[in-house]
Design a protein around this ligand. Structure first.
Ligand code: GAF
Length: 387
C-alpha cells in the first residue's frame, strides 16, 4: 500500500468519509552546516523522499479532531475558540496544538477540521520528522482556510511551535527545507536573511543516510545547552550571533573565553566557513574538496561541539576508509545519535552497503538502517486518487 493509500484509508476508518485533500511534507538531510542555523549562519540541506502525510476534511464546528495513524489511531481533540493547552501524555499532539496556537497568535482565522496523520520519516534519526509534521499541519490549515501564507512563513510558524510549545530551541533549517525543498537540488540557506540558493548535487553521486539506531536521550536539553553556549560566546565577541565572528577575530580573542564555550564557538565559526565553501564545491563538482569539508565538519562535531557518539564515529570512519576522496561522510542533524550522511558515487553504493552490513552490528551490537534519497520538493498537496 502506498503512503497515500494508507493515509486515505486511515482517514476513512477514523472519520467515516473521504478526506477533502492530502498534504505531504518531507523530512530532510543536512549535507553540511550543523548547529549554524540558530547562529544566523549557513546550512546546506535537501528535502528527502520520506515524508509526513496529513489527510484533511473541513468540519461544520470549531473542533480540530486528529487521528495519529502511527500511534494506533490515538486521538486528540480541541476547540479553536478555547485555550489550547499542551498535552503531557501525548507528545505528538503538541506539534499540532503548537502550530494551531502559533497560527492563531498571528491572527489567522482557522476552521474546524478532521485530520489523519501518518509518516515514514524515521523518528529520532536526525531526519526532521518533527519539522515535517509541523510544516504539514501549517500547510494543511493554509490550504483549508485559504490563508495564502508564504511557505517560508509556514516554516517560521512551525519553528515557533517547536520553540514555544514543544520546548526545543531549534533553528529554522528543518522547517524551511521541508517547506521550500526543490527536486534534484540541495538548498544553501542563509539563516539570517532566509535567502535560498539552489546547489547542485555532482553528477553520478548518491545521497545515503545510515541510521545508527542509537537511542537518543536528553537531546533537547543538550541542544538547548549548546545554543546557550553559542549565545554566551556571541556576547563575548559583542555581536548578536556567531555568524558575525570571522575566523581572524575568533583566533585573536578566543583565549579570553571559557574553554568549553570556546570549543563550541570554534565549531560554529569554522563550520559556517566550511558550509559556504561547500556550496561552491558542490556546484563545481569538486568531490575531493567536498570530502575534505565533510570530514572536517565531522571532526569538529566530535571534538569541539561534542555531539557525536561512538557508534556514529565508527560509521563515519568505516565509510571514510573506503570512500577516501571519492565522496564525503559525516554525522547529520542535531546529534547524540541518529544518522550519518554519505555522498557516494552511484557505483559504490552496493560496496558501502555491504561494508556496513558486514561490520556495524558485529562491532557495535546495533543494527543499522540505510536510506537512499535524491533531493525532493518541499511541502505540497497531493492529487486525490479516485477510489
Ligand atoms: C536540529 C534543529 F532542529 C535544527 O534547527 C538544527 O539546529 C540542527 O539540529 C543542527 O544543525 O535538527
Amino acid at each position: 500500500m502506498t503512503q497515500q493509500e494508507q493515509v486515505t484509508r486511515g482517514f476513512e476508518a477514523a472519520f467515516g468519509h473521504q478526506p477533502d485533500f492530502i498534504v505531504r511534507a518531507p523530512g530532510r538531510v543536512n549535507l553540511i552546516g550543523e548547529h549554524t542555523d540558530y547562529n544566523d549562519g549557513f546550512v546546506l540541506p535537501c528535502a528527502i523522499q520520506y515524508a509526513t502525510l496529513v489527510a484533511v476534511s473541513a468540519r461544520a464546528d470549531d473542533k480540530v479532531v486528529v487521528s495519529a495513524l502511527d500511534y494506533d489511531g490515538q486521538r486528540d481533540e480541541f476547540v479553536l475558540t478555547e485555550t489550547i493547552e499542551p498535552q503531557e501524555n501525548k507528545l505528538w499532539a503538541n506539534y499540532v496544538r503548537g502550530v494551531v496556537t502559533e497560527l492563531q497568535k498571528r491572527g489567522h482565522q482557522l476552521k474546524g477540521c478532521n485530520l489523519a496523520i501518518t509518516g515514514n520519516v524515521p523518528q529520532g534519526a536526525g531526519l526532521s520528522s518533527s519539522a515535517a509534521l509541523e510544516v504539514g499541519i501549517g500547510y494543511a490549515f493554509d490550504q483549508l482556510c485559504q490563508l495564502n501564507i508564504a511557505k517560508a512563513d509556514i516554516a517560521l510558524i512551525g519553528q515557533a511551535a517547536e520553540n514555544n510549545f514543544v520546548g526545543c530551541a531549534c533553528g529554522i533549517m528543518d522547517q524551511l527545507i521541508s517547506a521550500c525543498g526543490r527536486e534534484q537540488m540541495a538548498i544553501g540557506i542563509d539563516c539570517r536573511t532566509l535567502g535560498l540558493t539552489e546547489v547542485s548535487i555532482p553528477a553520478g553521486m548518491t545521497i545515503m543516510m545510515i541510521n545508527s539506531n542509537v537511542k537518543r536521550g536528553l537531546v533537547d536539553s543538550e541542544y538547548n545547552t549548546r545554543r546557550a553556549q553559542c549565545e554566551q560566546a556571541a556576547a563575548h565577541f559583542g555581536v548578536s550571533h556567531l555568524r558575525d565572528v570571522t575566523v581572524a577575530v575568533f583566533e585573536m580573542k578566543k583565549d579570553q573565553l571559557d574553554p568549553v564555550v570556546a570549543k563550541r564557538a570554534e565549531h560554529v565559526v569554522y563550520e559556517n566557513k566550511r558550509t559556504v565553501d561547500a556550496m561552491k564545491a558542490f556546484n563545481k563538482g569538486d568531490i575531493a574538496k567536498i570530502s575534505q569539508l565533510m570530514a572536517a565538519s565531522h571532526a569538529s562535531m566530535r571534538d569541539l561541539f561534542e555531539i557525536t557518539t561512538k557508534e556514529i564515529d565508527y560509521l563515519v570512519e568505516l565509510i571514510d576508509g573506503v570512500l577516501q576522496d571519492k565522496g564525503g561522510v559525516r554525522m547529520t542533524g542535531g546529534g547524540f545519535g541518529g544518522c550519518v550522511v554519505a555522498l557516494v558515487p552511484e557505483t559504490m553504493v552496493d560496496e558501502i552497503t555491504k561494508l556496513i552490513e558486514d561490520n556495524y552490528q558485529a562491532d557495535t551490537g546495533l543494527k543499522e538502517t540505510i536510506y537512499i534519497s535524491g533531493p525532493m520538493a518541499g511541502v505540497d498537496t497531493l492529487a486525490l486518487e479516485m477510489a
